[in-house]
Design a binder for this molecule. Structure first.
Ligand code: UT7
Length: 335
């Protein structure tokens, strides 16, 4: 990266909606139990958005917290990259609504859809924009509200997810974390392992699509599980090899929070001590691409960042898409 500037995370933020739905609450409307959900997934409860809340509302709240921590004034933000699979509308992009609600006068705004790897993909893109000198400061946000796309009669999917948003301010100054090596991958042949059949150009929403529940998320859980473990291990290994470090130099592993058993398999195969892996999914469920962003912000605010070394962010999801990035710890004081 000679000749390029550093790109650092200067502040983080997150937002979790207020309403808590426990496994016992779900067992009252579905043929499921707290015991099944906890043992198969590690999830105890999740937070779901209010009826009148949107993905952009959650994104704005997370971004405001990240901006406050960074100290960067709004007029200096040059871009917003918003990772979401649950936009406010099919058109326009949700990041335009975020730009307006935040009042960022000079920000270009773009949405990216990269499954549960979206926030990490966004950080990689932001690093390119900042390191090259094209832009100074930008916001990478992920906001996911899958609760409005779930079939609440389908016990195999609806028990898994929660709503939430996370954000980071990226810039060229000395910051909390320098964005270092990254890795991104795709296997589009598995596109239908996590998908919503209707609502796009292949099958627009119709009465028949609604009647056949095609407007809701469908998932091949076992295939997703197996691929998650393999891809999350491979992408972590790839990024550490690029940076020429070993897992011992990584103080925190922020894995996408989908299922505690996936994270346990990855940790076991990589030989990572459990104490280096923050777990938020027990109380938040799977918040999609926001999960890694939220875990990073909570680790910062709860003083769980080591004094030096690296943090590894690792995500996998619909597509299939996966990515990882290493953050070098520069500054750990709480704001
Ligand atoms: O962000 C990325 C997206 N998603 C993921 O990463 C999810 C990855 N996959 C998984 O986490 C797991 O595959 C699940 C948690 C979705 C499912 O766990 P599993 O151990 O793979 O269960 P299964 O699908 O093999 O189902 C086992 C049994 C089935 O019953 P039968 O056929 O054995 O009689 C299911 O019908 O469990 C049943 N089942 C349930 N029972 C009670 C499925 N969901 C439930 C439920 N409550 N909620």
């Amino acid at each position: 990266m000679d000749g390029l500037r550093k790109a650092c995370i200067l502040g983080t933020g997150s937002y979790i909606p207020e309403r808590v739905v426990t496994n016992n609450d779900l067992s009252r409307i579905l043929d499921t139990s707290d015991e099944w959900i906890r043992t198969r997934t590690g999830i105890r409860e999740r937070h779901l958005a209010a009826e009148n809340e949107s993905a952009s509302d959650m994104a704005v709240k997370a971004a405001e917290r990240a901006l406050k921590m960074s100290g960067i004034p709004k007029h200096r933000i040059g871009f917003i990259i918003l990772a979401t699979g649950t936009p406010d509308y099919p058109i326009p992009n949700t990041s335009s609504l975020v730009q307006d609600k935040l009042g960022l006068p000079h920000a270009g705004a773009v949405d990216i859809s990269a499954g549960c790897a979206g926030f990490i993909h966004g950080l990689v893109m932001a690093k390119g924009l900042v390191s090259s000198g094209l832009f100074d400061y930008g916001l990478v946000i992920s906001s996911e509200m899958l609760s409005k796309h779930l079939d609440w009669k389908d016990r195999t999917t609806c028990i898994l997810f929660g709503d939430g948003a996370g954000a980071a301010v990226v810039g060229p100054d000395q910051g909390k974390f320098e964005i270092c090596s990254s890795d991104m991958g795709t296997d589009g042949s598995c596109w239908d392992c996590i998908h919503i059949p209707a609502g796009g150009t292949v099958e627009p929403v119709s009465e028949e699509a609604i009647r056949k529940d095609k407007i809701y998320l469908k998932m091949n859980g076992r295939k997703v599980f197996q691929n998650s473990v393999r891809r999350m291990i491979d992408t972590a290994a790839a990024v550490m090899a690029k940076e020429e470090i070993t897992a011992d130099e990584v103080g925190l592993f922020l894995f996408h929070q989908a299922n505690i058993r996936i994270i346990q398999c990855v940790a076991k195969k990589m030989g990572i001590p459990w104490g280096k892996i923050p777990i938020e999914l027990d109380r938040l469920g799977n918040t999609g691409p926001a999960s890694v962003a939220i875990a990073l912000d909570l680790a910062v605010r709860d003083y769980r960042i080591p004094e030096d070394g690296y943090i590894l962010l690792d995500g996998f999801g619909a597509g299939f898409i996966w990515s990882s990035v290493l953050l070098r710890i520069e500054h750990t004081e709480k704001e």
